[in-house]
Write a protein that binds this ligand. Structure first.
Ligand SMILES: Cc1ncc(COP(=O)(O)O)c(C=O)c1O
Length: 356
């Protein structure tokens, strides 16, 4: 019995839109992995890990980067690095770091979250209003965390001006800024703004290689050298020191070099999928809100089936989706589903909704 997941083995022929994490390494990526030079990364000896870390730091215009097993590890290490137990962290609702990381903020870093804004987005004024007074009754507000693209809002992208204004008020009050950029490169491709520019206002940035970029594993935490020296200790503490990790880092390096530009295809496939499904009964989607590779389908209150039932019926037809609450279904496009597969996926959903 597996200890994770829903014990479901997807049929190989399925169109899998559950997440952009389901991709399998391409032949060229496997080739790069097979050829990777390796060493013991706990000694700092793995040339491929070092090359990946250097490439990530350079790409984001920061001094240093640390290779970690997952986006969750990167976010939690960032919290540990910035905060002490009892600190306050300002964050948008639905943030992965707060909602979907097994309570790590409380259990590991001992922080409390103050949720601000709406739908995952917030303004500089909301940051200012939420900063706790300098008074013994309150926890010190130490960190503000932004998620771009924002997963639970449907992969939406932050406006640069809004982030700059937030950074200005945070800086002025000595509050650090973390970017959960699990899908940072989707934001880069969708907005046309280079990742380094998006990353510039932040002290730390996490980004994932194992989502839209198509690597099998791994994320990076990026920031200043001093910050990353402290982060490195927490990576070790959490068991994230890996030995001949160049084997997997090679896949990440390959993804960073070859798989960013193609994210535009995923975005276009998501948009077309949304337009096609928007015509079906019982479902509410505004295709204009589909900015990257995530599509949220909202079932109308009057719909004769709920999200779980729609996902079940879709699975019977070979289309895999996930629920995001009772009336919401998520579809995510990625490297392993082409235009044709996305069109077939939309057609299956439209048929199911018409027949419901
Ligand atoms: C916005 C965001 N942050 C962090 C993560 C965590 O990444 P991982 O699954 O690699 O731990 C995810 C995963 O979906 C995510 O969507």
């Amino acid at each position: 019995m597996p200890v994770t997941g829903d014990a479901f083995s997807p049929p190989l022929a399925a169109i899998d839109l559950r997440s952009d994490t389901v991709t399998r390494p391409t032949a060229a990526m496997r080739e790069a992995m097979a050829r990777a030079e390796v060493g013991d990364d706990v000694f700092g000896d793995d040339p491929t890990v070092n090359a990946l870390q250097e490439a990530a730091a350079a790409r984001l215009g920061k001094e240093a980067a640390l290779y970690v097993p997952s986006g969750t590890a990167a976010n939690q290490i960032a919290l540990l690095t910035h905060c002490r137990p009892g600190d306050d962290v300002l964050i948008g609702d639905g943030a992965h770091q707060m909602c979907l990381e097994s309570g790590g903020g409380g259990a590991l870093a001992g922080v409390q979250y103050s949720v601000i804004g709406k739908g995952g987005f917030f303004t500089a004024a909301e940051v200012v209003a939420a900063i706790k007074p300098d008074n013994a009754h309150y926890p010190p507000t130490r960190l503000c965390s932004v998620e771009n693209t924002h997963n639970s809002s449907g992969g939406r992208v932050w406006q640069g001006d809004q982030v700059r204004a937030i950074a200005e008020v945070a800086r002025a009050r000595g509050i650090a800024l973390h970017l959960d950029g699990a899908r940072l490169f989707n934001a880069e491709v969708a907005s046309g703004i280079p990742a380094a520019q998006i990353a510039a206002p932040f002290d730390t940035i996490s980004f994932c290689l194992s989502k839209g970029l198509g690597a099998p594993v791994g994320s990076l935490l990026v920031g200043s050298r001093d910050t990353l020296v402290r982060a490195h200790r927490y990576r070790k503490m959490l068991g994230g020191g890996m030995r001949q990790a160049g084997i997997i880092a090679a896949a990440g390096l390959y993804a960073l070099t070859h798989h960013i530009g193609r994210l535009a295809e995923d975005h276009e496939n998501a948009r077309r999928f949304a337009v096609a499904v928007a015509g079906a009964p019982h479902v509410l989607i505004d295709p204009a809100t589909v900015e990257t590779n995530i599509v949220l389908l909202e079932l109308a209150a009057s719909a004769p089936l709920d999200a779980e039932e729609l996902v079940r019926r879709a699975r019977e037809r070979g289309l895999l989706l996930v629920t995001m609450g009772r009336r919401r279904v998520r579809a995510v496009t990625h490297l392993d589903v082409d235009r044709d597969a996305c069109e077939r996926a939309a057609a299956i959903l439209v048929e199911l909704l018409r027949a419901a």
